[in-house]
Design a protein. Structure first.
Length: 239
């Protein structure tokens, strides 16, 4: 009975925080009242209120600044798993600005993983490109793409800090991505990843891997991405 009451109080605190934001028409980056003010306003203890705040932080609805307080977060980018739009199109659709920094772009020999995903002989040349992507100047994902070197000759002559990969494939090589498959899991930020993404090491991240195909059902790109869970959510329609 005590646990049921505790859970009900926590759920109520979450609902009240969300309603407060809605009722007062708070916008992203607006500051919330202090924990003490909320506790006095609603009669919750600090433990219950802090649980509610942390839950909304995990959901990406709030964020905190050390020594400053709690603020309303920007809405997450919603990625529809049934839609094959590029990240550039997805971000533009959400009225945001996408920029990129190329971390690495080189040619390697295919291993078992890329051989299987790209349908190539073992040891064949493969492009590997890693990019740090920003939404409105804030880092949110590290993407690594693997592509057939022979099929896309001189791909590394393009500046993918400014150009869209899928747009280049279509315009320069006549290859259009028409379908894909991907798997979503959870990973935890290494020190290097945390530094790039401006988060603390060990933070939970989405880990997305997959392959996209052209109209002839030939693999075009094998990709791996780690994505800040506080910046993006995935949606799907069940049929």
């Amino acid at each position: 009975m005590e646990d049921q009451y505790k859970n009900r109080s926590r759920d109520e605190a979450i609902e009240k925080l969300e309603y407060y934001i809605h009722k007062n028409k708070l916008k992203p980056y607006d500051k919330l009242p202090s924990e003490r003010d909320f506790c006095e306003m609603w009669g919750f203890n600090r433990t219950t209120l802090r649980f509610a705040i942390q839950r909304l932080i995990i959901e990406g609805k709030l964020y905190q600044k050390k020594g400053s307080g709690t603020y309303v977060a920007e809405p997450k980018i919603v990625r529809n798993l049934q839609n094959l739009r590029s990240l550039s199109e997805e971000v533009i659709n959400n009225d945001k600005t996408l920029t990129s920094e190329v971390l690495d772009f080189r040619v390697i020999e295919s291993n078992k993983e890329t051989t299987k995903s790209l349908h190539l002989p073992l040891g064949k040349k493969v492009y590997v490109m890693s990019r740090l992507r920003f939404i409105d100047e804030e880092p949110f994902t590290i993407e690594t793409s693997f592509m057939n070197y022979d099929r896309f000759s001189n791909l590394n002559s393009h500046d993918f800090s400014k150009e869209s990969l899928y747009a280049v494939l279509k315009e320069s090589y006549g290859v259009e991505v028409v379908k894909g498959e991907e798997t979503i899991g959870i990973t935890y930020a290494t020190d290097y990843e945390a530094q790039l993404l401006n988060i603390e090491p060990g933070r939970a991240l989405f880990y997305v891997t997959g392959v996209v195909y052209d109209g002839a059902n030939e693999p075009v790109e094998y990709f791996k991405s780690i994505v800040r869970a506080d910046k993006m959510k995935f949606s799907s329609v069940l049929i």
